[in-house]
Design a protein around this ligand. Structure first.
Ligand code: NAD
Length: 262
């Protein structure tokens, strides 16, 4: 299937590692031009160089998407390089784990800036150009927590719901301009985030990280973690020309973890 992504410009936030990097790799393989960002220079440069070595057209800028300056920097880098953004992939690191009483007001505000505000403000920055060109794809990387709350992740559970409400409302507003807005929900996927969550669970529960991981895998009908490239394939499809009539949706790539009918 030709996804029609050749030459499109994709801004993929938080993309030096994990799901963001896998999405960048998949879009590059389909011929898209890329703008990447992450907070740290070293991993970001390694990712940029690896993609460029495979022939991708790629720029990267160190930027924290939880800040106004970071958002301005990555959008400016994309516009300086390509003069447009056709595909926006909103992504950031996950907010910290823990129960309600572990998080003070400052932690909630930080989670808001990281998870909701980053998606809202990156969207605000690229939407006018998409409307002018009457074509755009906005994709939010959220979580299975958007459909079924995950124990001990109250910040993520709360903020993913907010992103979902934002996306569903925006989808209707921008549909007349040929712009789609969708969420892609990773289940437990083999990235550093999952390794960190397993280490934290092992400290809290007096088990090994491998035992914590096994307990999660036991909840997954596929009986394994997802691979980042399996997640990225869904993002690439939703970013494609072919997915032009799919909007306002939350699509899970979770090996069957979510138990709801819809
Ligand atoms: P990861 O920790 O492996 O990678 C996160 C990437 O984001 C890195 O490149 C990091 O440098 C970058 N980043 C983090 N904070 C940033 C910021 N403020 N500004 C710019 N870049 C930033 O995580 P991942 O597994 O790829 O997860 C990506 C998102 O998906 C997270 O929000 C996570 O909570 C969510 N998620 C992941 C899983 C999973 O199993 N991996 C499951 C559900 C949800």
């Amino acid at each position: 299937m030709d996804l029609g992504l050749r030459g499109k410009v994709a801004l993929v936030a938080a993309s030096s590692r994990g799901l963001g990097r896998a999405v960048a790799e998949e879009l590059a393989a389909e011929g898209a031009r890329l703008c990447l960002c992450a907070r740290g220079e070293a991993a970001l440069e390694e990712t940029r160089a690896a993609l460029a070595a495979r022939g991708a057209n790629v720029v990267a800028v160190a930027a924290d998407v939880s800040t106004t300056e970071g958002i301005e920097a990555v959008v400016r880098a994309a516009l300086d390089a390509y003069d447009r953004v056709d595909i926006l992939v909103n992504n950031a690191g996950g907010p910290p784990a823990g129960p309600f009483e572990a998080h003070d007001a400052a932690a909630w505000e930080a989670a808001f800036r990281l998870t909701l505000r980053s998606a809202v403000e990156l969207t605000r920055a690229v939407l006018p150009g998409m409307k002018l060109r009457r074509w755009g794809r906005i994709l939010n990387i959220t979580s299975i927590a958007a459909k079924q709350p995950v124990a001990n992740l109250i910040l993520s559970n709360s903020l993913r719901a907010a992103v979902t409400g934002f996306a569903r409302t925006l989808a209707d507003e921008v549909a007349p301009y040929g712009i789609t807005v969708n969420n892609v929900l990773p289940g437990y996927t083999a990235t550093e985030r999952v390794v960190q969550l397993a280490e934290r669970a092992s400290r809290e529960r007096g088990i090994t990280p491998a035992e914590a991981m096994r307990a999660w895998v036991d909840e997954i009908p596929m009986d394994r973690l997802g691979e980042p490239r399996e997640f990225a394939a869904m993002v690439a499809f939703l970013a494609s020309e072919r997915a032009g009539y799919v909007t306002g949706q939350s699509v899970a790539v979770d090996g069957g973890w979510i138990k709801s009918l819809l």
